[in-house]
Design a binder for this molecule. Structure first.
Ligand SMILES: Cc1ncc(COP(=O)(O)O)c(C=O)c1O
Length: 394
């Protein structure tokens, strides 16, 4: 009683992670928190860079009237211009502040983008394994997530995207570096994805957006430049945040950047600005906008994540786990040694190591661990990984 049937059903489906929270707390109470190795959460462990505090103190001292008032729904002009300048440097494309809309994180940016694009029943193609919230965000705005698959190396399966296309397809959503796999989509992959978008646009006489969710874009471990989507397709939108690269996940600050080469972007920008307001965000937090305007050229120390990745990846491979090596983000997505990933995650849990079954990401037979934890947690988890693998193999 009280809450809607739809929300109740969705809460039931997504209870996996909630249950893990509860079980982690119960295990910590029983065995002592130092003996429980929780690798289930994707919470950025690195503190914001030192420039964050310097700028914060400066802004707090600023007594200019109006500093904390409502503002244009797309964000502060200076912040939008600063983000555009940084994007122009990264991509070589002529971004201006008008192409950037400040949002409450990438999560807010995705909801706003879907509201701008979707009529009831419109479809968004999501590539499994995927970030658990995507289908909910799409459903929030009346759309329907249509799931395509990845190949064995976790690059998208292009045929599967082609098969998922219909006259209702409004967008293809990609995420690179990927949560949960850590894989970066190559230039060839992006070209192939755009190829099937063009085919479908021709076949159905529609316009399809490519939405690229990039909150891990600056957490990459390779020396190759990050493959941007903008040059591949006109109707391209990047949604991202500073949750991970500046360690500001709790502060809810991100942005949408629209391809400056897309001539008709004005309508889309007006629509996301409207959606920012009417979804109740109004605008992204003012204080954080002022801050990130001055922090576009700094980030957390990615080498710390790289070292953690190398430690846990090498250790698990050495034990005999199978896993695609992540090129970015802070997750590993190994194959489950038992066919049933929930069963294996339960086995790991019996060794006080907490991970998330792949089924939660639409990809059973695998499990996700986050290496965004203290080194002692990674080190402490190794005996549990070893014992669980031994038991799984009988
Ligand atoms: C792939 C992906 N997209 C979006 C988000 C949401 O991030 P934000 O904190 O920017 O809303 C996350 C958070 O973990 C994520 O992993």
């Amino acid at each position: 009683m009280g809450i809607s049937n739809k929300t109740r059903a969705q809460m039931g489906e997504s209870s996996l992670i909630r249950r893990m929270f509860e079980e982690a707390a119960a295990l910590a109470a029983e065995h002592g928190p130092e003996n429980v190795f929780d690798l289930s959460l994707g919470n950025p462990i690195l503190e914001p860079p030192p420039e964050f505090k310097t700028e914060l103190m400066r802004i707090v001292e600023d007594e200019t009237p109006g500093t904390h008032r409502y503002m244009p729904n797309g964000g502060l002009p200076d912040t939008r211009a600063a983000v555009a300048e940084s994007l122009a440097k990264e991509t070589g494309l002529p971004f201006t502040g008008a192409d950037v809309i400040m949002t409450c994180g990438a999560g807010g940016a995705l909801n706003v983008t879907f509201k701008a694009l979707l009529d009831p029943g419109d479809e968004v193609i999501v590539i499994a394994p995927y970030f658990v919230e995507y289908p909910y965000f799409i459903d929030n705005q009346g759309g329907k997530a249509v799931i395509a698959r990845s190949e064995g190396d976790f690059q998208p399966d292009i045929d599967s995207i082609r098969d998922a296309m219909s006259e209702r397809t409004r967008a293809v959503l990609i995420n690179s570096p990927n949560n949960p796999t850590g894989v970066i989509y190559s230039e060839e992959t992006l070209e192939a994805v755009v190829g099937v978008i063009r085919e479908a646009e021709d076949r159905f006489g529609t316009e399809i957006f490519l939405i690229s969710d990039e909150p891990y874009r600056k957490l990459i471990f390779t020396d190759e430049p990050y493959p941007f989507v903008f040059e591949h397709h006109l109707r391209t939108v990047v949604v991202t945040s500073h949750s991970k690269d500046l360690g500001l996940a709790g502060e809810r600050i991100g942005y949408i950047a629209v391809n400056p080469g897309y001539g008709e972007r004005g309508d889309f920008i007006d629509a996301v600005t409207f959606a920012n307001r009417t979804l109740g965000f109004m605008n992204a937090p003012a204080l954080m906008q002022r801050l990130v305007a001055r922090l576009q050229n700094v980030s957390v120390d990615v080498d710390v994540y790289r070292r953690k990745k190398e430690f846990i990846y090498d250790a698990l491979i050495g034990m005999g786990y199978e896993c695609v090596e992540p090129q970015g983000a802070f997750y590993l997505f190994p194959r489950s040694p038992l066919e049933d990933d929930r069963e294996f995650v339960a086995l790991l849990q019996s060794k006080l190591v907490l991970t998330v079954p792949g089924v939660g990401f639409g990809w059973p037979g695998f499990f996700r661990l986050s290496f965004s934890v203290e080194d002692r947690v990674l080190e402490g988890a190794l005996p549990g990984f070893e014992a669980a693998l031994r038991e799984a193999r009988g």
